[in-house]
Design a protein around this ligand. Sequence first.
Ligand code: SF4
Length: 356
Amino acid sequence: MHPSLFNQTPVELAAMLEGLGEPSYRGTQILEWLWQKRSTSIDEMSNLPVGLRDHLKESFSLRSLTHVRTQGSHDSTRKFLFRLQDGCHVECVLIPASPALYGERADRRTLCVSSQVGCAYGCKFCASGLDGFSRNLTADEIAGQVLLAEELSGEKVNNIVFMGMGEPLANLSQLLKALELITAPWGLGIGARRLTVSTAGLVPQIRKLADHPQQIRLAISLHGASDEVRDRIMPINRKWPLSELFKALRYWTKRKKQTITLEYILIDDVNADLAQATLLAQRAKSLHAKVNLIPYNTVEGLPWKRPDDPQCRAFRDALVKSGVPATLRLEKGHDIDAACGQLRLKEEKKIRTDVD
Ligand code: SF4
């Protein structure tokens, strides 16, 4: 299996071309064929000498993802399932703007991308962790989700959230490279402020990312406002409890001078009571953070339930009354297994059943 040419940065291409005795402007030509003209074959790269094209064909593949299935309709949330070269699957979700509900820009097209196949962190409510961890995605497999989603939908993605399958900060080196492919003018050209990295709370990596020069945004999968609740549903909290996590978040706000988003999935009988709302309000205020509340999406094989709508609203109202900006997201994509990891899980179970 060859590495993908899409995984090459200008610096890496320049080194390769120099080794081949080719002029450096060939690197610009190659990048243009890849990211602007969206080539699907090296033979199409007609301004490259035949010898160079042959070398590229022998050493590299092009697209590392192929489309397997789309769920959802054109005017709603769509979920794409992609197969990787080694037969693993990943998924990403394209979410249209809902200005009437959220006051978002009408032209916003958000893509939620995956950063790993499976996840090792085993949050108890999450489909991605159900089947364990397989491997990290490479940078081109991360950025390639954007390319393919744009081609399949015919729409330009202008907002990316790293909230799909996997823990992005556990794959930091490829994440940083993917950020380059996505933000570079020669790449996808999407502004760093339009990218949000979401983490379950990997404290050392949060500090490293805070020191990274790009103005990317940070969201925390919090889902519990006390260690007791978080320990119950997120094993990572035993390693980095809330006091450690919030120290790192204060470091982030000092470095980046940005608002952090606290993501909070409301799960019945776990974290949706008003005592948690009061604690969450205190924590959010200590960081000047905003809170996104998401009623739980049922996952087949897991026991958790979503609270009823009045309880969700009461939780949000308690935050707002305390002065914390909080949104209660109306569910999008409940009917298409939008919780991360569910579609991939079904596909891989099906493949296993077919093989057995
Ligand atoms: S919520 Fe995130 S960190 Fe936790 S298991 Fe799911 S993908 Fe992994």
